[in-house]
Design a protein around this ligand. Structure first.
Ligand SMILES: NC(=O)c1ccc[n+]([C@@H]2O[C@H](COP(=O)([O-])OP(=O)(O)OC[C@H]3O[C@@H](n4cnc5c(N)ncnc54)[C@H](OP(=O)(O)O)[C@@H]3O)[C@@H](O)[C@H]2O)c1
Length: 297
């Protein structure tokens, strides 16, 4: 598995395993979570993506079961988590309306909650989950600097941000924002055209792709023609259609890190197949045009 360096002493695996759906699995035992993490580690996938809100504020706890059972696991992985979204749930009884909170108090509390939930003592990366229309850039920027200076967080970044959002935040900060996690897949390819990936690269940030298989949407009848093309290409490399869809993202020159979300252990075991596929320019465009339903102009 190739790796991407963020700093001299922090790197992420090219494929990231995302835990949004962890609590949807019928088996949320620590053993099963560990089996999923081991299946990733065996392929060199060491980076795991979380958020405080996943599974109705449960997924960090579910993952924490694996760290509690074997604290030595922490040294083998990198953990990304996010904060800033709140919605009514049992764990947050004072929240009555879905909203964003990027205040200093919330960021500091959220980092402490995430560390406690996962039974770990530092995060490799904290992302502000979504741009907050009520954000006080000076306050949020200072809070992000503070969590890094405290040693609780090694790196910070954003998610679903446009350049105007992160530039205003970055200007207030000493710490560099290192990543922007956005939705990218064959079915959501607007970032290849609207300047988002160009802006991310120009600011020397790492692009991460959430829902790289369109949350499973690629496998529905609506996209059968595209799925069939993916299968035909996959057959040449003895991999399945999903590996080709991920290879399509990996092939892009902007070094995108896909964040994959399957709960299926067999599928997790073959996530690394995406790296076996060599995608030339014309195949990339063949899939892009099939997904868009028309040729490029
Ligand atoms: N920053 C953000 O705002 C944001 C938003 C959303 C997600 N994320 C991150 O991105 C991660 C991935 O998101 P995602 O789960 O939507 O990613 P995804 O990998 O695009 O989709 C996973 C879904 O596709 C299904 N699937 C995968 N392979 C399949 C196949 N071969 N055939 C049929 N179905 C298949 C999975 O079902 P099975 O489980 O049955 O395999 C699962 O329901 C999340 O875990 C989270 O970490 C971030």
């Amino acid at each position: 598995m190739t790796r991407i360096d963020l700093t001299e002493d922090l790197s992420f695996s090219r494929l990231i395993y995302g835990m949004w759906r962890l609590a949807d699995d019928a088996d949320t035992s620590a053993d099963h979570v560990r089996a999923k993490m081991d299946a990733c580690l065996e392929q060199g996938i060491t980076t795991f993506d979380q958020a405080d809100i996943y599974g109705g504020f449960q997924c960090e706890d579910v993952m924490g079961g694996a760290f509690k059972a074997d604290p030595s696991l922490r040294d083998k992985v990198e953990i990304i988590t996010k904060c800033g979204i709140l919605f009514p749930a049992d764990k947050v009884p004072d929240v009555r309306v879905k909203h964003y909170n990027t205040s200093r108090a919330h960021i500091l509390k959220s980092v402490d909650n995430s560390l406690k939930a996962m039974s770990i003592d530092y995060l490799d990366m904290l992302l502000i989950h979504r741009p907050d229309p009520f954000m006080d850039f000076n306050e949020t920027g200072a809070a992000l600097d503070e969590v890094v200076q405290s040693g609780k967080v090694r790196a910070v970044g954003v998610s679903n941000f446009k350049i105007s959002d992160w530039s205003a935040l970055q200007m207030t900060m000493d710490t560099k924002l290192m990543a922007n996690q956005i939705e990218i897949s064959l079915l959501e390819s607007s970032s290849f055209r609207n300047g988002d990936l160009v802006d991310i690269a120009a600011d020397n940030m790492l692009p991460m792709a959430w829902s790289p298989l369109a949350g499973g949407g690629l496998f529905t009848d609506k996209h059968k023609a595209l799925f069939d093309k993916l299968k035909v290409i996959g057959a040449q490399y003895d991999v399945d259609a999903s590996a080709v869809a991920i290879a399509w993202i990996l092939a892009h020159p902007s070094n995108i890190l896909p964040v994959l979300g399957t709960n299926n252990l067999e599928r997790i075991r073959s996530l690394g197949d995406a790296l076996k596929v060599e995608m030339d320019r014309q195949t990339w465009y063949e899939l892009y045009e099939s997904a868009n339903g028309h040729e490029v102009p």
